[in-house]
Design a protein around this ligand. Structure first.
Ligand SMILES: Cc1cc2nc3c(=O)[nH]c(=O)nc-3n(C[C@H](O)[C@H](O)[C@H](O)COP(=O)(O)OP(=O)(O)OC[C@H]3O[C@@H](n4cnc5c(N)ncnc54)[C@H](O)[C@@H]3O)c2cc1C
Length: 449
């Protein structure tokens, strides 16, 4: 008799594993449970639908449940929520939401990909009906209605994480008055504050009000009260980051690690034999320090899902880890980060030099050239690149990929300086900005000896 693989979660981490397992293991019975209506969707595209750049949420679906059933012979059950996992009996309690019926489903192999959920710290009023956290397409639908209706004139974004900022831009495009309130020194806590300040300035230029070093005390219908002021708020959008949706696994006795994310090894195996996990619900290994880390990104979820699928099907594959590479576009700015920030470098005990330069995205004389800021952290004695951040206009963000590659490969600043990167005036100066930053870092290392 064939074995049954049960997948919980129908997006990147779940369906990547299910489809890879199907390709490699034609006899496997695969059942995928998804509590929502959609499978394999791009939550990353939600801000662009809300802002009107992309027409509809349906366009964000890469593969529908029916396509998985027809092409992959995967028994996708949408509107079915996994309620509890019984590891001794190898079964999951499932709630069919439409029929309000609960049943048990046995498994031989289990893959958990339950994703993440927006953080909701205990701020009075945070669970109000006018407060929106966005993780899935279902979450986005009511917010899209609000955005289209033109009813919400005043939008307050609580927290300056990248999702909140992308949603802030979307509402500015819908001609709302948008206020971002961030408790930290600057928005985008995954950047150093000096780089985050450039993002705040860019957003203010676009008409978004940004208050930093200010905490939200209470949310009430119509207003948000901070440590400094009361701001009108027809709706409130959460931008406080996400936390792993790992309670189902934890309650079953599966080990969790950093920030409560499911602990996995390099093959995406959990602490329990025959149980895998991938994506935003689980942790990764941070290549720079070798320590476990929680990074909730679509890039990681897809790769981890693929690794899990290969192993589930009896193959052998390992996930090398992450360097924390992320990019975003905020108003006229592109932002990228990889590796460690200064705060993270200090915490990890690295001694480092910082090179921060301004250059141009194209040759200075070429039309459309704009100022790009590159910040590079390089380990003092070894010269190894530890981290990088880039901010500038169009043509900036994807430059972070050179630095991500350098960090992954353990390259030094000198290695980056002499990389044979491409050049033509419409694309870069003759020394690409990341190489100019590496040259500066190299000089600082020499000066310090
Ligand atoms: C607005 C926004 C913008 C983003 N932009 C980017 C970006 O630009 N780049 C990037 O790399 N990443 C981005 N991300 C992050 C990216 O979307 C996630 O990392 C990715 O979706 C994670 O995939 P996942 O499958 O692990 O989890 P999810 O996408 O969260 O999917 C988990 C699924 O499991 C289902 N589920 C949960 N519990 C149960 C249960 N008990 N039973 C049944 N089903 C369950 C959920 O309904 C959900 O569909 C963005 C996210 C958001 C919200």
């Amino acid at each position: 008799m064939s074995q049954r693989l049960l997948v919980i979660g129908g997006d990147a981490g779940g369906m990547a594993a299910a489809s890879v397992a199907r390709r490699r293991s034609p006899d496997l019975e695969i059942v995928a449970l998804e509590q929502g209506r959609y499978t394999s969707y791009s939550a990353c595209g939600i801000p662009y639908v809300l802002g009107g750049d992309v027409f509809s949420l349906d366009q964000l679906v890469a593969r529908t449940p029916q396509q998985f059933r027809d092409r992959f012979r995967i028994d996708v059950r949408t509107g079915h929520r996994a309620m509890a996992i019984d590891l001794d009996k190898r079964s999951v309690e499932v709630h069919n939401l439409a029929q309000d019926r609960t049943y048990k489903l046995g498994f031989d192999l289990l893959h958990i990909a339950t994703g993440a959920k927006p953080r909701r710290p205990p701020i009075p009023g945070i669970d109000g009906s006018q407060v929106y956290g966005v993780q899935t397409l279902e979450d986005a639908a009511p917010l899209l209605e609000e955005a289209k209706s033109g009813r919400c004139r005043n939008v307050v974004v609580v927290g300056g994480g990248y999702i909140g900022l992308e949603l802030a831009e979307a509402f500015i495009k819908r001609e709302a008055m948008v206020t971002v309130i961030e408790r930290g020194a600057e928005v985008m806590g995954r950047l150093d504050p000096d780089m985050g300040a450039l993002v705040s300035a860019g957003m203010r230029k676009h008409g978004i009000t940004v208050h930093t070093a200010e905490a939200v005390n209470a949310i009430e219908p119509g207003t948000v009260t901070t440590t400094q002021r009361t701001v009108p708020a027809d709706i409130v959008v959460l931008g406080l980051g996400v936390e792993p949706n790992s309670a189902l696994a934890a309650e079953a006795g599966i080990a969790t690690g950093v920030q409560g994310a499911i602990a996995v090894d390099r093959r995406q195996r959990t602490s329990v034999d025959g149980v895998w996990a991938a994506g935003d619900c689980c942790q990764s290994r941070f290549i720079v320090t070798g320590e476990p880390v929680y990074v909730a990104l679509g890039t990681v979820a897809n790769k981890q899902g693929r690794i899990a699928g290969i192993n589930i099907a009896g193959g052998y594959a390992t996930f090398p880890g992450v360097v924390g590479t992320a990019i975003t576009k905020l108003c006229a700015l592109e932002v990228g980060r990889t590796g460690v920030t200064e705060k993270e470098a200090k915490r990890a005990g690295f001694e480092y030099v910082v090179a921060k330069i301004e250059s141009t995205t194209r040759a200075g004389y070429y039309p459309g050239a704009g100022t790009i800021t590159v910040k590079l952290l390089v380990e003092r004695v070894s010269g190894r690149v530890l981290g990088g951040q880039v901010i500038g206009p169009e043509g900036t963000a994807k430059r972070i990929d050179v630095l991500a590659t350098a960090i992954t490969a353990g390259m030094t600043a000198d290695d980056v300086v002499y990389l044979d990167l491409s050049y033509a005036p419409p694309f870069s100066p003759v020394w690409d900005p990341v190489q100019e930053a590496a040259r500066r870092a190299s000089g600082l290392l020499e000066a310090r000896g």
